[in-house]
Design a protein around this ligand. Sequence first.
Ligand code: MN
Length: 478
Amino acid sequence: MDKEKLTEYNRKRNFDRTLEPEGISEMPRESLRFVVQHHLARRDHYDFRLEWDGTLLSWAVPKGPSYDTRDKRLAVHVEDHPLEYRNFEGTIPKGEYGGGVVMLWDEGYWEPHGDVAEGLGAGMLKFVLKGQRLKGKWALVRLKGKKDEKQENWLLLKEKDEHAAGSDGVSEFTTSIRTGRTMEEIEAGKEWTDGLVIQGIKISNPDKVIFTEPEITKGDVVRYYEKAAERMLPYLSRRVLSIVRCPKGISQTCFYKKHPGPGSKGIVTIPITHSEGKTEDYFYIENISGLIAEAQMGTLEFHTWGSRVDALEKPDLMVFDLDPDEGMELSHVRQGVRDLHSILTELSLNAYLKTSGGKGYHVVVPLKPTAAWEVFHDFARRVAEVMEQKWPDRYTSNVRKAKRKGKIFIDWIRNGRGATSIAPYSIRARKGARVSMPIAWAELDTLAPDSVTMAEALRRIEDKDPWDDFFRNHQQLT
Ligand code: MN
């Protein structure tokens, strides 16, 4: 290995005084790691470090990275750091080089696009970040410098992709990705006692058993939501929620909650006026922090409104729940799903199928947010009534049990303003930790509505998304 690369790093530091690691080059591993450290030194900045050739290529980014593609963040190229530096979090003594507090702000893997050595020479490095907070396509571009300029100035840019956003998406994260500590806590030397930290959020009682047979702990639930987040958030974020919490496990008291508690990161309160004129506070989650914060508080089920908070009065998710009478054969329920699908197809509406995690299936129709609640709700009712008129011995659009003998209730009622339905990828607070799972139409006959467990859901999330074109639909009610 090339020891010279770290000469400057070692020269600047007195390792009898600082706890930073001494610079020794390491053999590179197969995947390339990256780390971002928030460093509150003489100047507040973020150190952006990419593993390459046994060391960490390093840039100091005063404003930190930004998910906004319009932002061009100055990134001052600094000396290579030893690979071991990716584990450094703590305080560098005052008066020493870089004296101040260092927090591990993000970590993960990076994949260069093209030849790295060439890119570094040409001053144009494109890559994909697979961190916990930084994801997607990014670029580092060198600025033309003046002669004799000591440090190279580069720009760190977010490239257009599905992760790009209209805000920096960075300043909301103020805790260590590894220890959950704030800058103040790191500075105070607060020890991190062996807990579980996910997305910088400390998870209390991670070993608490939430489900038995199979045994699933709170830590497992939080990790499930972390892994499901990327798939789940498009259906969950910025939608008013009601949730089911079982902080002591599903065998103990669980409770519904639709009004916010004290504020948490990523959870937003929204006042909503009811039709009778009364205004109450509701809440929604904005990002993965909100999802993890809810899971930390014991939330298992997420139920959402049919509209997003950006257009609260214009719903965009129509859900039909096929709710069979006690003991009905699964083949009849599946026929119900096919019949409903045929009606929607006749209406030229694309629909998607998911398991409910309970007795029935859910058929979901994505719509442009153009119609008002009343129109939306009436449309859903009419679909259920058509089912009932066409096959009166099989289906009912009437919720009353007495009228349901041996029939499937086509539940359209959840399409009203203020009603909610279980979000895709939500765990159900029932025996066996079933998931309301998006599936392909071709799987209707092979997957029972309660057959996808949390473990199976995790396997499926690694596969192709059966709803991958869900948001490419532009259909609307006319
Ligand atoms: Mn620094």
